[in-house]
Design a protein around this ligand. Structure first.
Ligand SMILES: [Mn+2]
Length: 339
Protein backbone atom coordinates (compact mmCIF):
# COMPACT_ATOMS: atom_id res chain seq x y z
CA UNK A 1 0.00 0.00 0.00
CA UNK A 2 1.27 3.46 -0.93
CA UNK A 3 1.60 5.86 1.99
CA UNK A 4 3.01 9.34 2.60
CA UNK A 5 6.45 9.72 4.11
CA UNK A 6 4.94 10.77 7.47
CA UNK A 7 2.50 7.84 7.50
CA UNK A 8 5.37 5.45 6.81
CA UNK A 9 7.34 6.79 9.75
CA UNK A 10 4.36 6.95 12.12
CA UNK A 11 3.52 3.31 11.49
CA UNK A 12 7.09 2.22 12.08
CA UNK A 13 7.37 4.34 15.22
CA UNK A 14 4.58 2.20 16.75
CA UNK A 15 6.60 -0.99 16.30
CA UNK A 16 8.72 -2.64 18.95
CA UNK A 17 11.74 -3.92 17.06
CA UNK A 18 12.53 -3.09 13.44
CA UNK A 19 14.99 -4.79 11.11
CA UNK A 20 16.37 -2.14 8.75
CA UNK A 21 18.21 -3.02 5.57
CA UNK A 22 19.12 -1.74 2.13
CA UNK A 23 19.81 -3.39 -1.22
CA UNK A 24 22.66 -5.80 -2.00
CA UNK A 25 26.06 -4.07 -2.23
CA UNK A 26 24.58 -1.01 -0.48
CA UNK A 27 25.70 2.39 -1.72
CA UNK A 28 26.13 5.53 0.43
CA UNK A 29 22.48 6.48 -0.05
CA UNK A 30 21.27 3.06 1.10
CA UNK A 31 23.64 2.98 4.08
CA UNK A 32 23.09 6.64 4.98
CA UNK A 33 19.29 6.52 4.86
CA UNK A 34 19.23 3.33 6.96
CA UNK A 35 21.65 4.68 9.58
CA UNK A 36 19.81 8.00 9.88
CA UNK A 37 16.27 6.64 10.03
CA UNK A 38 17.43 4.09 12.62
CA UNK A 39 18.49 7.01 14.82
CA UNK A 40 15.13 8.70 14.31
CA UNK A 41 13.21 5.50 15.19
CA UNK A 42 15.33 4.97 18.31
CA UNK A 43 14.41 8.48 19.42
CA UNK A 44 10.81 7.20 19.48
CA UNK A 45 11.74 4.22 21.62
CA UNK A 46 11.89 1.67 18.79
CA UNK A 47 14.66 -0.92 18.88
CA UNK A 48 16.55 -1.15 15.57
CA UNK A 49 18.82 -3.71 13.91
CA UNK A 50 20.76 -3.02 10.70
CA UNK A 51 21.48 -5.95 8.42
CA UNK A 52 22.24 -6.38 4.73
CA UNK A 53 22.54 -9.15 2.16
CA UNK A 54 26.19 -8.40 1.38
CA UNK A 55 29.13 -6.61 3.06
CA UNK A 56 29.59 -2.84 2.80
CA UNK A 57 32.35 -1.59 0.45
CA UNK A 58 35.40 -0.46 2.43
CA UNK A 59 35.12 3.13 1.10
CA UNK A 60 31.57 3.41 2.44
CA UNK A 61 32.07 1.92 5.89
CA UNK A 62 32.70 5.31 7.49
CA UNK A 63 29.03 6.21 6.91
CA UNK A 64 28.05 3.54 9.42
CA UNK A 65 30.25 5.15 12.06
CA UNK A 66 28.63 3.23 14.93
CA UNK A 67 29.34 -0.05 13.13
CA UNK A 68 25.68 -1.07 13.25
CA UNK A 69 25.44 -2.72 9.84
CA UNK A 70 26.25 -6.40 9.55
CA UNK A 71 25.78 -8.97 6.87
CA UNK A 72 22.68 -11.01 7.72
CA UNK A 73 23.60 -14.36 9.18
CA UNK A 74 20.43 -16.41 9.50
CA UNK A 75 21.92 -18.60 12.25
CA UNK A 76 23.66 -15.94 14.34
CA UNK A 77 20.69 -13.58 13.90
CA UNK A 78 18.06 -16.23 14.70
CA UNK A 79 17.23 -14.62 18.06
CA UNK A 80 16.91 -11.17 16.48
CA UNK A 81 14.71 -12.53 13.70
CA UNK A 82 12.47 -14.17 16.29
CA UNK A 83 11.78 -10.78 17.89
CA UNK A 84 11.27 -8.26 15.07
CA UNK A 85 7.77 -7.06 14.29
CA UNK A 86 8.72 -4.91 11.29
CA UNK A 87 11.10 -4.71 8.35
CA UNK A 88 12.11 -1.41 6.76
CA UNK A 89 14.01 -1.49 3.48
CA UNK A 90 15.77 1.74 2.53
CA UNK A 91 16.69 2.93 -0.95
CA UNK A 92 15.17 -0.11 -2.62
CA UNK A 93 11.68 -1.20 -3.63
CA UNK A 94 12.37 -4.49 -5.38
CA UNK A 95 12.49 -7.54 -3.17
CA UNK A 96 14.90 -9.38 -5.48
CA UNK A 97 17.48 -6.74 -4.51
CA UNK A 98 17.51 -8.09 -0.95
CA UNK A 99 17.07 -11.82 -1.54
CA UNK A 100 18.42 -13.10 1.79
CA UNK A 101 16.75 -10.57 4.07
CA UNK A 102 13.46 -10.97 2.21
CA UNK A 103 13.63 -14.78 2.41
CA UNK A 104 14.35 -14.58 6.15
CA UNK A 105 11.29 -12.38 6.71
CA UNK A 106 9.10 -14.58 4.52
CA UNK A 107 10.20 -17.56 6.63
CA UNK A 108 9.07 -15.79 9.82
CA UNK A 109 5.71 -15.09 8.20
CA UNK A 110 5.36 -18.70 7.04
CA UNK A 111 5.73 -19.71 10.68
CA UNK A 112 2.57 -17.74 11.42
CA UNK A 113 4.08 -14.55 12.84
CA UNK A 114 3.26 -11.44 10.78
CA UNK A 115 5.98 -8.87 10.04
CA UNK A 116 5.01 -5.35 8.96
CA UNK A 117 6.99 -4.66 5.78
CA UNK A 118 7.81 -1.08 4.81
CA UNK A 119 9.90 0.47 2.04
CA UNK A 120 11.33 3.96 1.62
CA UNK A 121 12.70 4.50 -1.86
CA UNK A 122 13.20 6.73 -4.89
CA UNK A 123 13.70 4.21 -7.71
CA UNK A 124 11.19 3.54 -10.49
CA UNK A 125 8.65 0.68 -10.41
CA UNK A 126 8.79 -0.65 -6.85
CA UNK A 127 7.19 -4.04 -6.10
CA UNK A 128 3.70 -4.14 -4.59
CA UNK A 129 4.78 -6.54 -1.80
CA UNK A 130 5.02 -3.95 0.98
CA UNK A 131 2.43 -3.16 3.65
CA UNK A 132 3.61 0.46 3.47
CA UNK A 133 5.53 1.91 0.57
CA UNK A 134 6.77 5.44 0.13
CA UNK A 135 8.58 5.80 -3.17
CA UNK A 136 9.36 9.19 -4.69
CA UNK A 137 11.34 8.89 -7.96
CA UNK A 138 11.59 12.68 -8.12
CA UNK A 139 13.74 12.76 -4.95
CA UNK A 140 17.51 13.21 -5.33
CA UNK A 141 18.11 10.43 -2.84
CA UNK A 142 16.55 8.34 -0.12
CA UNK A 143 18.68 10.39 2.27
CA UNK A 144 16.89 13.58 1.23
CA UNK A 145 13.59 11.85 2.11
CA UNK A 146 14.94 10.86 5.53
CA UNK A 147 16.25 14.41 6.02
CA UNK A 148 12.65 15.60 5.40
CA UNK A 149 11.49 13.26 8.18
CA UNK A 150 13.95 14.80 10.64
CA UNK A 151 12.74 18.25 9.62
CA UNK A 152 9.05 17.31 9.84
CA UNK A 153 9.59 15.92 13.33
CA UNK A 154 11.65 18.99 14.33
CA UNK A 155 14.39 16.58 15.36
CA UNK A 156 18.02 17.57 14.93
CA UNK A 157 20.16 14.73 13.54
CA UNK A 158 23.28 13.81 15.51
CA UNK A 159 26.57 14.54 13.77
CA UNK A 160 26.72 10.84 12.83
CA UNK A 161 23.30 10.92 11.18
CA UNK A 162 24.00 14.28 9.53
CA UNK A 163 27.20 12.90 7.96
CA UNK A 164 25.37 9.78 6.82
CA UNK A 165 22.62 11.87 5.21
CA UNK A 166 25.07 14.26 3.55
CA UNK A 167 27.16 11.37 2.16
CA UNK A 168 24.04 9.75 0.68
CA UNK A 169 22.72 12.94 -0.89
CA UNK A 170 26.17 13.86 -2.22
CA UNK A 171 26.67 10.41 -3.76
CA UNK A 172 23.24 9.97 -5.32
CA UNK A 173 23.10 13.50 -6.72
CA UNK A 174 26.60 13.17 -8.21
CA UNK A 175 27.82 16.00 -5.98
CA UNK A 176 24.60 18.06 -6.26
CA UNK A 177 24.32 18.10 -10.06
CA UNK A 178 22.19 15.21 -11.36
CA UNK A 179 18.73 15.80 -12.79
CA UNK A 180 16.80 15.36 -9.56
CA UNK A 181 18.89 17.93 -7.68
CA UNK A 182 16.58 20.75 -6.60
CA UNK A 183 16.86 23.89 -4.48
CA UNK A 184 15.46 21.74 -1.64
CA UNK A 185 18.41 19.34 -2.06
CA UNK A 186 20.85 22.22 -1.61
CA UNK A 187 18.88 23.56 1.35
CA UNK A 188 19.04 20.12 2.98
CA UNK A 189 22.80 20.10 2.43
CA UNK A 190 23.05 23.57 3.95
CA UNK A 191 21.23 22.38 7.08
CA UNK A 192 23.55 19.38 7.33
CA UNK A 193 26.62 21.63 7.07
CA UNK A 194 25.14 23.72 9.88
CA UNK A 195 24.88 20.51 11.90
CA UNK A 196 28.67 20.18 11.61
CA UNK A 197 29.27 18.07 8.47
CA UNK A 198 32.65 18.72 6.81
CA UNK A 199 32.01 18.29 3.04
CA UNK A 200 35.70 17.97 2.14
CA UNK A 201 36.06 15.16 4.66
CA UNK A 202 33.08 13.37 3.06
CA UNK A 203 34.62 13.74 -0.41
CA UNK A 204 37.98 12.37 0.78
CA UNK A 205 36.35 9.36 2.36
CA UNK A 206 33.85 8.62 -0.42
CA UNK A 207 36.07 9.07 -3.45
CA UNK A 208 39.72 9.23 -2.46
CA UNK A 209 40.50 5.99 -0.70
CA UNK A 210 40.67 3.44 -3.48
CA UNK A 211 43.14 0.61 -2.98
CA UNK A 212 45.94 0.35 -5.55
CA UNK A 213 44.29 -2.87 -6.75
CA UNK A 214 41.08 -1.00 -7.44
CA UNK A 215 43.03 1.66 -9.30
CA UNK A 216 44.81 -1.01 -11.38
CA UNK A 217 41.41 -2.51 -12.10
CA UNK A 218 40.18 0.90 -13.26
CA UNK A 219 43.26 1.16 -15.51
CA UNK A 220 42.46 -2.26 -16.99
CA UNK A 221 38.92 -1.08 -17.51
CA UNK A 222 40.10 2.08 -19.28
CA UNK A 223 42.33 -0.03 -21.55
CA UNK A 224 39.39 -2.26 -22.41
CA UNK A 225 36.92 0.52 -23.24
CA UNK A 226 35.32 0.00 -26.64
CA UNK A 227 33.40 2.64 -28.53
CA UNK A 228 30.44 1.77 -30.73
CA UNK A 229 27.76 3.51 -32.77
CA UNK A 230 30.01 6.38 -33.91
CA UNK A 231 31.35 6.75 -30.37
CA UNK A 232 27.97 7.14 -28.69
CA UNK A 233 28.24 3.92 -26.71
CA UNK A 234 31.19 3.19 -24.42
CA UNK A 235 31.29 -0.41 -23.31
CA UNK A 236 33.65 -2.50 -21.26
CA UNK A 237 33.43 -5.98 -19.81
CA UNK A 238 35.36 -7.29 -16.83
CA UNK A 239 35.77 -11.04 -16.55
CA UNK A 240 36.24 -12.70 -13.19
CA UNK A 241 39.99 -13.04 -13.77
CA UNK A 242 40.58 -9.29 -13.68
CA UNK A 243 39.00 -8.78 -10.27
CA UNK A 244 40.85 -11.81 -8.94
CA UNK A 245 44.17 -10.54 -10.30
CA UNK A 246 43.84 -7.21 -8.50
CA UNK A 247 42.08 -8.66 -5.43
CA UNK A 248 39.09 -6.38 -5.91
CA UNK A 249 35.65 -7.15 -4.53
CA UNK A 250 32.56 -6.44 -6.59
CA UNK A 251 31.17 -3.98 -4.06
CA UNK A 252 34.35 -1.91 -4.33
CA UNK A 253 33.87 -1.18 -8.04
CA UNK A 254 31.06 1.36 -7.52
CA UNK A 255 31.32 4.34 -9.84
CA UNK A 256 33.78 2.83 -12.31
CA UNK A 257 31.11 2.83 -15.03
CA UNK A 258 31.33 6.64 -14.98
CA UNK A 259 34.73 6.43 -16.68
CA UNK A 260 33.09 5.86 -20.08
CA UNK A 261 30.91 8.94 -19.61
CA UNK A 262 33.94 11.24 -19.36
CA UNK A 263 34.63 10.79 -23.09
CA UNK A 264 33.19 13.40 -25.51
CA UNK A 265 30.42 12.14 -27.78
CA UNK A 266 29.46 9.24 -25.51
CA UNK A 267 25.75 9.05 -24.60
CA UNK A 268 25.68 5.64 -22.87
CA UNK A 269 28.31 3.94 -20.75
CA UNK A 270 27.88 0.22 -20.11
CA UNK A 271 29.94 -1.87 -17.73
CA UNK A 272 29.57 -5.64 -17.64
CA UNK A 273 30.91 -7.64 -14.71
CA UNK A 274 31.10 -11.38 -14.99
CA UNK A 275 29.72 -12.89 -11.78
CA UNK A 276 29.46 -16.51 -12.91
CA UNK A 277 29.51 -18.66 -16.06
CA UNK A 278 25.96 -17.53 -16.92
CA UNK A 279 25.57 -14.44 -14.76
CA UNK A 280 26.57 -10.93 -15.78
CA UNK A 281 25.84 -7.78 -13.83
CA UNK A 282 25.47 -4.66 -15.96
CA UNK A 283 25.74 -1.04 -14.87
CA UNK A 284 24.02 1.43 -17.19
CA UNK A 285 24.82 5.14 -17.20
CA UNK A 286 23.63 7.91 -19.50
CA UNK A 287 24.99 11.41 -19.81
CA UNK A 288 21.52 12.71 -18.95
CA UNK A 289 20.26 13.51 -22.46
CA UNK A 290 18.76 10.14 -23.38
CA UNK A 291 17.12 7.94 -20.72
CA UNK A 292 18.80 4.56 -20.34
CA UNK A 293 16.23 3.03 -17.95
CA UNK A 294 14.17 1.49 -20.83
CA UNK A 295 17.28 -0.43 -21.89
CA UNK A 296 17.88 -1.78 -18.37
CA UNK A 297 14.21 -2.75 -18.13
CA UNK A 298 14.54 -4.88 -21.27
CA UNK A 299 16.89 -7.05 -19.22
CA UNK A 300 14.63 -7.15 -16.18
CA UNK A 301 16.59 -4.42 -14.42
CA UNK A 302 15.65 -1.06 -13.00
CA UNK A 303 16.75 2.02 -11.12
CA UNK A 304 16.77 5.63 -12.23
CA UNK A 305 16.23 7.30 -15.61
CA UNK A 306 19.95 7.86 -16.26
CA UNK A 307 21.58 5.35 -13.89
CA UNK A 308 20.42 1.78 -13.49
CA UNK A 309 21.43 -1.87 -13.35
CA UNK A 310 20.40 -5.36 -14.41
CA UNK A 311 21.58 -8.94 -14.28
CA UNK A 312 21.75 -10.93 -17.52
CA UNK A 313 21.74 -14.70 -17.28
CA UNK A 314 24.03 -15.39 -20.22
CA UNK A 315 27.75 -16.03 -20.68
CA UNK A 316 29.75 -12.78 -20.76
CA UNK A 317 30.41 -12.73 -24.53
CA UNK A 318 26.78 -13.42 -25.36
CA UNK A 319 25.51 -10.83 -22.87
CA UNK A 320 27.85 -8.25 -24.38
CA UNK A 321 26.48 -8.94 -27.87
CA UNK A 322 22.81 -8.80 -26.86
CA UNK A 323 23.35 -5.67 -24.81
CA UNK A 324 25.19 -3.83 -27.56
CA UNK A 325 22.50 -4.68 -30.12
CA UNK A 326 19.72 -3.40 -27.84
CA UNK A 327 21.69 -0.29 -26.83
CA UNK A 328 22.05 0.63 -30.51
CA UNK A 329 18.31 0.18 -31.01
CA UNK A 330 17.59 2.36 -27.99
CA UNK A 331 19.77 5.17 -29.34
CA UNK A 332 18.23 4.89 -32.81
CA UNK A 333 14.73 5.08 -31.34
CA UNK A 334 15.70 8.15 -29.27
CA UNK A 335 17.04 9.81 -32.42
CA UNK A 336 13.75 9.11 -34.25
CA UNK A 337 11.78 10.63 -31.39
CA UNK A 338 13.83 13.82 -31.45
CA UNK A 339 13.04 14.48 -35.13
MN1 LIG B 1 19.47 6.12 -3.79
Amino acid sequence: MKVTLTQLFERLAKKREVLICSHIRPDPDGIGSAVAIAELLRSKGVKTHLRCDTPIAHSFRFIDSLGEFAELDEKRDAHLLSRIDALLVCDVGKTDRLPRVWAAVKKIEASGRPVFKAALDHHHDPDPDFDALHCDPSASSSCELVFNLFRAGKTAPSLNAARALYAGIHFDSGGFVYERTTPATHLAAAELLKAGVDPYDILRRLHWQRTRGEFQCAAELARGLEFHDAGRIALVSLDRGVRKKFKVKLEDLAGMVDLGLTVAGVDFSLLLYELGPREVKVSFRSKGLIPILPLAKKFGGGGHLFACGATIEQPLAEARKTLLRDARRELAAAKMKRR
